[in-house]
Design a protein around this ligand. Structure first.
Ligand code: GLA
Length: 683
C-alpha cells in the first residue's frame, strides 16, 4: 500500500499496518526510547502522533516548540516505525480559548461550552480556522520531508463532540449556506421548509436562526438542513487542512478518522469521501448491542464508504473502554478475533487507542496496548501475538473483499428518522439496520453497507432496512437496481418523506408505491407490551414495535399477520419487476421472522454462501486476482468447520475438504471454499 510507505526494516510487513495512537507528550523523554523498543517487539509499524498536542507545539501565541516532536519523529524513523502524523488541530490550547472565546462552540440553549475537555471549538469559528491553518502550515513545513511521515491525519474524529454549534457565528454561516442552497430565493426556502405551519414564515434572511432550544420541537426541515450545514462545516475544515497538506506534500496521503456508530451519525461521511485518500474508521464496542454483529457492521460500512477499497481501522480498544456504564474487558482470544474481523472485512491496518496507558487525564482507565501493568500482562502478550499474526497474513494486503449483497444506509435519513416527531419516537435506525445485517451475515453473506449514491449494479441482492427519507433520485436508483435484475428488499416506514422531511402524498412509503406494488394506508405503532404473530409459506415469526396497514396494489403477500388487530394484513410483500423483484417488510420482525423473509429474498437473488456447520463461524473472502484468502473467525466456544481446501497463513497447517476451526480460533486460509446456493427450507 502506498499510504503505508513500508520502512526499511526487514521484518516490517509489506502491507498490513499495525499500531495505535501514540502520545509521547504525556511522558518523559526517557520513556520514548523504551516505547520504540517495545513497539518493535510488538511488531508495530505505524503510530498516530500528535493528535492532542497543539498546546505543546504552540505553548504561547508567538512561541513554537517543535524540538520535542523532532526527537520523537527521529526516534520513530530510526526504529523503522512509520508515522500517521496528526495536524494537531483537534483541541485548542487554553490561551486561544481565553484570548478569543468565540472559538468555543455554543450549545442549543445558548451556553458556550467550556474549555477543559477536548474538541470544544466551533466548526464555524473564523478565529479557530485561522489559527488551526497556521498550525497545519507549520506542521507541513516542518515534517513534510521527514522520513517517518507516512500519512497525514487531519484533526481527529471531526465532529465527535462538536458536531453542532448554535452560536451567532454559526448562525451567520448557516444563513450563507441556506441562501446558496435556495438560490437566493426566500420563496423557495419558505416552500422547502413548509413555513406556513406555526407562523414560521421568513421575511428576510436575517430572521433565520439555527434550531436553538424551543418549547416545542423545531421545524424538522430546518433541523435537517442545519444538520447538513453542520456536516458541511466540518468537511470545510477537513478541506482547508487538506489543501495546505496537499500543496506542501503532494505525495503524502491524507486521511481523517470516521466514527461508524454513536457520535459518528451526525456526519454525512458519504459526502466526505473525495476528501480523504484512504478511509479510516474508529470502532468501539457498544453497550447493550451485539458486539460481533456491530463489529461486522462497522467494518462493512467502512468498506462500503471506501467503495470496496482497503481501509484502515484507525482506532479500537485493545481491552475495555472507560466511558460506558460498564466497560467490560475482552474475553480470551477476543482481541485477536475482533482485530482480524476488521481485516477479514477489508482493513489493511489495525490500530488501537492507544499505545501506552495514560497515567493521568480523562482516559487513564482506558485500555492500551501497553497497559499500566506493563509488559508482563495478557494484554501485551496478546498485542505481541497479534503483531506476529498480521505479519503472517501480510499477503492479504491490497486484496479486496468479495461482497454478496448491499445494505443501503443514508445519513440524512438517519437524522430525519431519529429527529422530529413521529408515530413512535423511540425508534433508532441501528435497531432496524443491525438485525437485518446480522441475519444476512448469519446466512453466510458478506454485506457492503453503502450510501444510496453508491453503484448498485454489482449486487444481486440489495436491502434497505430503514430508508424513511429518500430523494426521488435515490428512490430511482433502487428501482433501477430491481429493473436491472436485483432483488431489492425495503424495510418498514421507508420512502415516507422527501429530502426535506416533507411527507410524500398518497400513503406512506410513497416513494416506493410503484416499485413495491403496495400502498401503506396507515402506520400501526405497536405498544411495548404487545406483539403479533406473522407467517409466510413454511415459516413464522413475531412482530413487535412497528407495523403498518398495507394494501396490495400489484404485489403479492408473502407473509401475513396471523393474530391481533392486523390479522390477515400483509407484513411482507413481493412484486416482480422486469428482471428483478421488489420486496417490502412492513413490520419490525424478530430473528425468526426476518430470517424467514431474508432467506427467501436471498434465494431468489441466487445468493451463495460457504458451507458451514455453525453460523457463529464468520466467513469472508478477500481476493487478489485468482488468489483467495478466506477468513474463518469462530465466535463459538466449540469447533466449527467449513468445506474447502487450503493452507492457513496463521499456523501453516494444510486442510483438505473440511477446514476445522477450534472454538474461539481464527484461520486465514489461502485456498478455495465450497459455496452452495442459499435455499429456503421447504415447508
Ligand atoms: C476516540 C478518540 C481517542 C480516544 C478514544 C478512546 O476514538 O479519537 O482520542 O479518546 O476515543 O476513548
Amino acid at each position: 500500500m502506498n499510504w503505508l510507505r513500508p520502512t526499511e526494516r526487514p521484518d516490517s510487513p509489506a502491507g498490513l499496518a499495525y499500531g495505535g495512537d501514540y502520545n509521547p507528550e504525556q511522558w518523559d523523554p526517557a520513556v520514548w526510547t523504551e516505547d520504540v523498543r517495545l513497539m518493535r517487539e510488538a511488531g508495530v509499524t505505524l503510530v498516530t502522533v500528535g493528535v492532542f498536542s497543539w498546546a505543546q507545539l504552540q505553548p504561547e501565541p508567538d512561541r513554537w516548540e517543535f524540538d520535542w516532536l523532532d526527537r520523537v519523529m527521529d526516534l520513530l524513523a530510526d526504529g523503522g516505525i512509520a508515522v500517521d502524523l496528526a495536524t494537531a488541530t483537534a483541541s485548542v490550547p487554553n490561551w486561544l480559548a481565553a484570548q478569543d472565546p468565540s472559538v468555543l462552540a455554543v450549545d442549543r440553549h445558548g451556553s458556550r461550552v467550556a474549555q477543559g475537555g477536548r474538541q470544544a471549538w466551533s466548526p464555524s469559528s473564523r478565529t479557530y480556522r485561522r489559527h488551526s491553518i497556521e498550525l497545519v502550515e507549520r506542521m507541513a513545513e516542518r515534517y513534510g520531508d521527514h522520513p517517518a511521515l507516512a500519512l497525514w491525519h487531519v484533526s481527529n474524529e471531526l465532529g465527535g463532540h462538536n458536531s453542532r454549534c448554535y452560536g451567532d457565528e454559526s448562525a451567520r454561516a448557516f444563513r450563507i449556506w441556506v441562501r446558496e442552497r435556495y438560490a437566493d430565493s426566500l420563496d423557495a426556502l419558505n416552500r422547502a421548509w413548509g413555513t406556513a405551519v406555526w407562523s414560521q414564515r421568513y421575511r428576510s434572511w436575517e430572521e433565520i436562526e439555527p434550531p436553538r432550544a424551543t418549547f416545542t420541537g423545531p421545524n424538522p426541515s430546518l433541523e435537517l438542513d442545519f444538520a447538513r450545514f453542520s456536516s458541511d462545516q466540518l468537511r470545510d475544515q477537513l478541506r482547508a487542512e487538506r489543501a495546505v497538506l496537499r500543496a506542501r506534500t503532494p505525495d503524502v496521503p491524507i486521511t481523517t478518522n470516521f466514527i461508524m456508530f454513536d457520535a459518528g451519525k451526525n456526519m454525512a461521511y458519504s459526502t466526505w469521501i473525495d476528501d480523504v485518500d484512504v478511509v479510516a474508521s474508529d470502532h468501539y464496542l457498544g453497550e447493550g448491542r451485539d458486539a460481533f454483529a456491530e463489529t461486522d457492521f462497522s467494518a462493512d460500512r467502512s468498506r462500503g464508504l471506501a467503495a470496496g477499497a482497503p481501509w484502515m481501522l484507525m482506532e479500537t480498544a485493545p481491552n475495555g473502554t472507560s466511558w460506558r456504564r460498564i466497560n467490560p474487558s475482552k474475553r480470551r482470544g477476543q482481541l485477536r478475533r475482533d482485530a482480524l474481523s476488521h481485516v477479514a472485512r477489508g482493513a489493511d491496518a489495525v490500530c488501537f487507542f492507544q499505545w501506552r496507558a495514560a497515567r493521568s487525564g480523562a482516559e487513564r482507565f482506558h485500555s492500551a496496548m501497553l497497559p499500566h501493568a506493563g509488559v508482563d500482562s495478557d494484554v501485551f502478550r496478546d498485542v505481541v501475538a497479534l503483531g506476529a499474526d498480521l505479519r503472517s497474513i501480510s499477503p492479504v494486503a491490497g486484496s479486496r473483499v468479495r461482497p454478496d449483497a448491499a445494505l443501503v444506509l443514508d445519513e440524512a435519513s438517519w437524522w430525519a428518522f431519529e429527529g422530529g416527531d413521529h408515530p413512535r419516537n423511540d425508534l433508532r435506525l441501528m435497531d432496524a439496520a443491525l438485525p437485518w445485517h446480522r441475519v444476512l451475515t448469519e446466512l453466510g453473506l458478506t454485506i457492503d453497507v453503502v450510501p444510496p449514491s453508491a453503484d448498485l449494479a454489482p449486487y444481486r441482492l440489495v436491502v434497505a432496512p430503514q430508508l424513511y427519507l429518500v430523494s426521488d433520485e435515490h428512490a430511482d436508483r433502487l428501482s433501477a437496481a430491481a429493473h436491472a435484475g436485483a432483488v431489492v428488499v425495503i424495510g418498514a416506514f421507508s420512502g415516507v418523506v422527501d429530502e426535506l422531511d416533507r411527507v410524500r402524498p398518497g400513503g406512506f412509503a410513497g416513494a416506493f408505491h410503484e416499485l413495491l406494488g403496495i400502498r401503506v394506508e396507515d402506520v400501526w405503532p405497536v405498544r411495548d407490551d404487545e406483539s403479533f404473530r406473522v407467517a409466510g409459506d413454511g415459516w413464522s415469526g413475531t412482530a413487535r414495535t412497528w407495523a403498518e396497514v398495507v394494501r396490495l396494489d400489484g404485489a403479492v403477500a408473502v407473509a401475513i399477520a396471523t393474530d391481533g388487530d392486523l390479522q390477515g394484513m400483509p407484513v411482507a410483500t413481493r412484486r416482480s419487476v422486469s428482471a428483478g423483484a421488489a420486496w417490502y417488510v412492513s413490520a419490525w420482525l424478530d430473528d425468526a421472522g426476518l430470517r424467514g423473509v431474508l432467506i427467501r429474498a436471498a434465494a431468489e437473488a441466487g445468493a451463495t454462501a460457504p458451507v458451514r456447520d455453525d453460523q457463529r463461524l464468520r466467513v469472508t473472502t478477500r481476493a487478489a486476482g485468482d488468489t483467495e484468502y478466506h477468513f474463518l473467525i469462530n465466535h463459538s466456544e466449540s469447533a466449527a468447520s467449513v468445506r474447502g481446501d487450503g493452507t492457513d497463513l496463521l499456523d501453516g497447517s494444510t486442510h483438505t475438504e473440511r477446514i476445522v476451526v477450534p472454538g474461539g480460533a481464527v484461520r486465514v486460509i489461502e485456498g478455495r471454499l465450497t459455496r452452495a446456493r442459499i435455499e429456503a427450507p421447504s415447508a
